[in-house]
Each structure stands twice: as structure tokens, then as C-alpha cells.
Design a protein around this ligand. Structure first.
Ligand code: MN
Length: 259
């Protein structure tokens, strides 16, 4: 049986993790390597300045005092008896849509798998959604990925709506409208503190996006690519780069002038 690595950012005791673990069991030996406590919104953080410890909770179940990306790093680079053929992160409690994927520990865990050359899927479920539905979808998608593979440096970001899905749509990331303000409050001792990330998210456009699919009751699958280069901008900003270079190197500037 091939090895599968399952992790999350809600912590090793989260129900979404157990649901995923159970759903994938028929596809291979499922190893769970997950943060010992919740790490939501930790992004792609790695723990480099203190040692990682792994507690065995079951035959193939481990808690790590680190981040989701730490877990994937450990799992893929030698902690497991063999290299996993697939990394699945989730089922996250709450969606990971659009620009928010850059904050998500769940999506980052899948990114880490992809960076290390293992196909990876992140699965998130809208609040009040049915974990059994999300876990079954994860099994279906994982099986398809195992059979057909994924393009290079590409991972799948899956989001499941709260109500029974009407179907599955392949989408692009939506973009948030950042209109919210920080919340400033005063504590009982008169000191000021701040809350960020409060308030309802607004979205630029729904058509064709992950948010749009969920809004209409569909499961969203967004392929994400890990080359963050803006290839169009490399061309569009060519003059920008050349003139900066000329400004930075006076001799190059003289040469450019005389040309
Ligand atoms: Mn989470």
C-alpha cells in the first residue's frame, strides 16, 4: 500500500482531520502528522529556530509541536517509513478562498508538499458544512490525483459549501476588496490594543471564481501554481528594470546614453 500524508492547521484533535484520515484509508497507509495545537492563519511558516518534537498518538498518528508546513517537511523528508505519494491537508474548519489562501496553514501545507515534489490537495469546508460530504469529496479527488497526477508545481485548493453541493466547478482565485478597518479598543488597564481581520469579506467579482462557485452551491477546485513570478510583468517592466540598472551603475548609464 502506498503511504499518504494527512495534516491540517486546526490541530491534531480536530474532527476534520479524523474525517479525512478515515475517508482516505482505503487508498493507502494514511499517516497523520499534524500540529499539536491550532495553527490557523500561520501561513507557510517553518520552525527553524527550535527543535521539533513528535508525539506518537497512535500507530500512524503523530502530533508535532510545529506548523502544518513543518509536518509536511518532516513527513516527506524522512520521518515516515517511506515517501508519501500524496499530501492531503484538511478538512479545514472554514473556507480558504481567493486571496486568503496566502494566509492559510492548510493551503500552505499542500504548497509544502508540492514544493517537495509530492502531489498535494488542500480541502476546506464552509462553517456548518457536513464533514462527511467534504471527506468523501476529498477521497474522490485524492483518488483522481493518484490516478492522473497533477501538472508540475500545481496543487489543488478544494472548498466545499455548507449545503449539499450541486456539483463541482474548476475555478480561479477570487480577489478580496480590502475595505475593513482595524478595530481599536482599550483594555481595563487603559492600554490600547488592536484587532485585525474583523468584518465580512467583500469580493471584487464572483464569476468564475472559487467564491462564486461556493456562493452558487458548488464545490470549488482551484489549481494553484507555485511559480509566483508575474511573467507578463517581466516583459511589461523591462524598461523599468533597464533604467533602474542604468541609474544604479553610472558607467552603464553613460554607455546607454552614447548608444
Ligand atoms: Mn484552520
Amino acid at each position: 500500500m502506498p503511504s499518504l500524508l494527512v495534516t491540517n492547521d486546526d490541530g491534531v484533535h480536530a474532527p476534520g482531520l479524523a474525517a479525512l484520515e478515515a475517508a482516505l484509508a482505503e487508498l493507502g497507509d494514511v499517516y497523520v502528522l499534524a500540529p499539536e495545537r491550532e495553527q490557523s492563519a500561520c501561513g507557510h511558516a517553518l520552525t527553524l529556530h527550535r527543535p521539533l518534537r513528535v508525539d506518537r498518538l497512535g500507530e500512524r498518528r503523530f502530533a508535532v509541536n510545529g506548523t502544518p508546513s513543518d509536518c509536511v517537511n518532516l513527513g516527506v523528508l524522512g520521518f515516515l517509513p517511506e515517501r508519501p505519494v500524496l499530501v492531503v491537508a484538511g478538512v479545514n474548519h472554514g473556507t480558504n478562498l481567493g486571496d486568503d489562501v496566502t494566509y492559510s496553514g492548510t493551503v500552505s501545507a499542500a504548497m509544502e508538499g508540492t514544493l517537495l515534489g509530492v502531489p498535494a490537495v488542500a480541502v476546506s469546508l464552509a462553517p456548518d458544512g457536513d464533514l462527511a460530504v467534504a471527506a468523501e469529496l476529498a477521497r474522490l479527488i485524492a483518488l483522481r490525483v493518484l490516478v492522473t497526477g497533477l501538472p508540475k508545481k500545481t496543487l489543488l485548493n478544494v472548498n466545499v459549501p455548507a449545503h449539499p453541493p450541486r456539483g463541482i466547478r474548476l475555478t480561479r482565485l477570487g480577489h478580496r476588496v480590502y475595505s475593513e478597518k482595524i478595530v481599536e479598543q482599550t483594555d481595563p488597564r487603559g492600554r490600547t490594543h488592536y484587532w485585525i481581520g474583523a468584518g465580512e469579506a467583500q469580493w471584487e467579482e464572483l464569476q468564475g471564481t472559487d467564491m462564486g462557485a461556493l456562493h452558487e452551491g458548488y464545490v470549488s477546485i482551484t489549481p494553484l501554481h507555485l511559480d509566483l513570478t508575474d511573467h507578463r510583468a517581466v516583459d511589461a517592466l523591462a524598461d523599468f528594470g533597464r533604467s533602474l540598472d542604468a541609474q544604479y551603475r553610472p558607467t552603464a548609464r553613460k554607455r546607454a546614453r552614447s548608444e
